[in-house]
Design a protein around this ligand. Structure first.
Ligand code: DAH
Length: 331
């Protein structure tokens, strides 16, 4: 007579005490080896006959399976234990590998460097930095800035439109779309810059790209004049490009400013075009709910990549967005 239940209980408790694989081998041979109780019971089986033999046979087989299951789970436990001891705990606060060719330290992209400096300059001058949506309504991007559907000035910027049920949207073609949006929600006086990525229909070349970053400036208050615009831009440009930098205005046209100018900066002896500016058109102020009898304002906008190209003496701004580490590492 073999007592399966007590044998299983016994091997289970022994299996929990195993420390290593050697112990496991010993346990296996004790319960399944040639001299085991099971082996001798199997041998006795040969002397039995008929139903008795079949019954004991079934019992012994099931006992064997149970023993094997206990041994298998003990083996898994021991393997887990072994794996754990292979991983030495390590101090995550200890210093990293010393600098070598495989461990390069990251750095800011030239455009991020210019943006960081831009935020610094404008906050020092009392401007607030305002975020705006990359998908803008046709109304804020164009209509509110005196560019109705058929206005030719749209053609320089129009990209694809996104049709919503009753309103057209588009990837903003310039950050100027934030002007009226901001006026409607804020009372003057205010001084803001709106940095952001813009998307436009553009024939790419060394100085133009279909997508780039802009910084829009908007100042609205009492008695704000063209002289204020020039003074402010001179200060800003000197801070960004160096004290010796000069600026000049060239007459220009934007539907949302009157008068409108093109801003150039003299850098390293050369006049370079920076962006557009002007006095905010009274119709634009009115669309923003601003009383034009009391308030006036100026606005400007330029490309961040263009500043980066000037500052870092880059000959083609398309290089800025090519994933060439050797190029970007120079800044
Ligand atoms: N929105 C113009 C552009 O993307 C730049 C610009 C010109 C912004 C004149 C202004 C401005 O605020 O007054 O080319």
């Amino acid at each position: 007579m073999i007592k399966s239940a007590s044998i299983i209980g016994e091997i289970k408790s022994s299996s929990l005490k195993l420390k290593n694989k050697k112990d496991l081998v010993l346990l296996r041979s004790k319960y399944l080896g040639k001299k085991s109780l099971l082996a001798s019971a199997m041998a006795d089986l040969a002397q039995l006959k008929g139903a008795q033999r079949a019954k004991l046979g079934r019992e012994l087989n099931s006992l064997k399976e149970s023993i094997e299951a206990v041994l298998a789970s003990a083996q898994t436990r021991l393997e887990d234990l072994e794996n754990q001891t292979q991983y030495q705990p390590f101090d995550i606060s200890s210093p990293g590998k010393s600098l070598s060719s495989e461990s390069r330290v990251g750095h800011l992209h030239p455009v991020s460097l210019v943006l960081k400096e831009t935020y610094q300059i404008f906050t020092e001058l009392g401007f607030a930095i305002v975020d705006s949506p990359e998908i803008e309504s046709d109304w804020f991007n164009f209509e509110a800035l005196n560019m109705p559907a058929t206005h030719p000035a749209r053609e320089m910027q129009d990209t694809f439109y996104i049709k919503n049920s009753n309103q057209k949207f588009l990837p903003r073609t310039h950050t100027s779309g934030m002007q009226v949006r901001f006026m409607l929600e804020n009372k003057p006086p205010f001084k803001i810059i709106v940095p952001g990525k813009v998307f436009r229909s553009e024939n790419e070349d060394a100085t133009h790209s279909w997508s780039f970053n802009q910084v829009e400036g908007l100042v609205v208050g009492k008695g704000v004049s063209m002289a204020n615009l020039k003074g402010a831009l001179l200060q800003i440009v000197k801070r960004q490009l160096g004290k010796e930098t000069e600026i000049r205005f060239r007459p220009s046209y934007f539907p949302y400013t009157e008068p409108s100018v093109e801003l150039d900066a003299k850098y390293n002896g050369k006049w370079l075009e920076l962006g557009g500016a002007g006095m905010v058109h009274p119709d634009v102020l009115k669309k923003g709910g601003i009383d034009t009898e009391q308030y006036s304002g100026f606005a400007f906008g330029w490309g961040v990549e263009r500043i980066a190209v000037i500052k870092y003496n880059i000959d083609d701004l398309r290089q800025l967005w090519r994933p060439k580490i050797e190029f970007l590492e120079q800044f």
